[in-house]
Design a protein around this ligand. Sequence first.
Ligand SMILES: *[C@@H]1O[C@H](CO)[C@@H](O)[C@H](O)[C@H]1NC(C)=O
Ligand SMILES: *[C@@H]1O[C@H](CO)[C@@H](O)[C@H](O)[C@H]1NC(C)=O
Ligand SMILES: *[C@@H]1O[C@H](CO)[C@@H](O)[C@H](O)[C@H]1NC(C)=O
Ligand SMILES: *[C@@H]1O[C@H](CO)[C@@H](O)[C@H](O)[C@H]1NC(C)=O
Ligand SMILES: *[C@@H]1O[C@H](CO)[C@@H](O)[C@H](O)[C@H]1NC(C)=O
Ligand SMILES: *[C@@H]1O[C@H](CO)[C@@H](O)[C@H](O)[C@H]1NC(C)=O
Length: 419
Amino acid sequence: MAAMSENFIVFFLLTMTTCSSVIFSASVIEDLNTLHPPLDFNSTISKNCHLNPSLRYCSASPMDLIEIFKSSIVASHLCNESRNPNCVESFPKIDLRSRPKIAPLYLSFHFFWKYCPLSIHSIDLSNNSLKGSFPVDVLECKQIEVLDLSRNELDGEVPFRIFSDITNLTVLNLSNNKFTESKMSDLELFFKRFNSSSFISSGLLPDHRKYQMKAVILLFVFPILVIVVVWFLWWLCFHRPDFLPRMLRRKHKFTPAMLRAATGGFLKKNLIVKCKGVDIYSGVLRDGTEVRIEIYGNEIARESRKEFIDECKILTQLSHKNLVKLLGWCGNRRMRAIVIEWSEGESVDMWLSRSPPPWKHRLKVAKGVLEGMLYLQEEWPGVDYDLRTNSLLLTRKLVPLISRFKLGHRNSSSKSKSI
Ligand SMILES: *[C@@H]1O[C@H](CO)[C@@H](O)[C@H](O)[C@H]1NC(C)=O
Ligand SMILES: *[C@@H]1O[C@H](CO)[C@@H](O)[C@H](O)[C@H]1NC(C)=O
Ligand SMILES: *[C@@H]1O[C@H](CO)[C@@H](O)[C@H](O)[C@H]1NC(C)=O
Ligand SMILES: *[C@@H]1O[C@H](CO)[C@@H](O)[C@H](O)[C@H]1NC(C)=O
Ligand SMILES: *[C@@H]1O[C@H](CO)[C@@H](O)[C@H](O)[C@H]1NC(C)=O
Ligand SMILES: *[C@@H]1O[C@H](CO)[C@@H](O)[C@H](O)[C@H]1NC(C)=O
């Protein structure tokens, strides 16, 4: 049967060549434009189909004579281009391997593939840098046994479903392309017919190296990343909350790391006063606020630490122009400190000791102290204060600031912390 249909193709080609002796003399494009079907073409086709109804164009209805004629022109050129031994007698293979100039041209003749000659058993389009999606037209040649599309740049999906009709296909090569990775279920069907050497670097098979990378990432990189992120969050929350947005921070709360950063690592040049049990530093917070930091050296028990914090909480609420502003505290196991808004100036006793100030100034200072006292008396009767001249601060503009407080309302005054 196969032999018979081949004969009829040959007959068909023979008709063509005899009808138009110039057929091999010009390029396929020129021939397509200039050649016309002979007058008896209709009857030739009819005769062929009568003798061999399995010819592909015979089942087309309505029969497009021009298309069939054009496909025969392409067939005769392609047969010669494919170096078939005798294009008059047989046309067994399409061999356009390493012909990147003409392979795309022949692929574009849809009418040729539609009437793909039944004699063709092998199609080789490898090494042509073909671009775009899978050339489905090629699969019109359902009788083929060999199909090589390797070494191209084809992409997208491979039409696996159509391949199930190509039952005689035994050699397939899709290697070295850029197809998209296919579903495992599709490939499993394919592997029953072809082994992995048909899909080398085709893009279809899951890339093992990619999977290894994924596994490495999942097993090592990811956990490390999680640890780093958790560590970083822990560091942010417990060491440097000043890097957090304001709404996430706990107001007034300072950590030793924040104080260390504010004082440049407790630099000597930032140390203002060092006396028994307390070091006073000047510092700058991350937001640029200048502060005075008082650090208490002595270790204290857990209960008194809590007491210290409770007192600080109250003192941060004091707000008057003649009281220093307590910005917050550090109530850590390792460090107890308070952070006070910086006020440029000196203590009242230093002011008095330099040169006796005029009475007008003394009165202004005394008035300020009284206003501060009045505020504490009325608003915070539980808060006691220290009015010694060495603890009264004086700003450059001669505004006095009460800077030492005691909380005497809950505990005996001896236990309470003075600030
Ligand atoms: C047939 O193809 C060969 C190259 O394979 C070419 O040299 C020759 O000219 C072609 N013959 C015709 C008649 O086109
Ligand atoms: C071709 O010939 C058949 C009969 O052999 C006829 O029915 C048909 O109309 C003809 N077609 C053309 C395009 O001449
Ligand atoms: C692929 O084609 C190029 C020319 O386009 C040629 O140099 C090369 O040898 C060919 N490779 C194979 C494996 O045929
Ligand atoms: C496969 O080959 C057999 C024998 O050569 C033939 O009968 C059959 O039609 C071929 N199948 C297709 C789909 O062409
Ligand atoms: C794959 O199949 C071909 C025949 O189609 C055979 O020559 C080759 O050895 C096979 N390769 C493997 C790895 O099984
Ligand atoms: C497919 O082609 C590649 C080269 O592109 C080659 O290494 C491989 O062996 C071929 N596979 C088959 C099944 O011919």
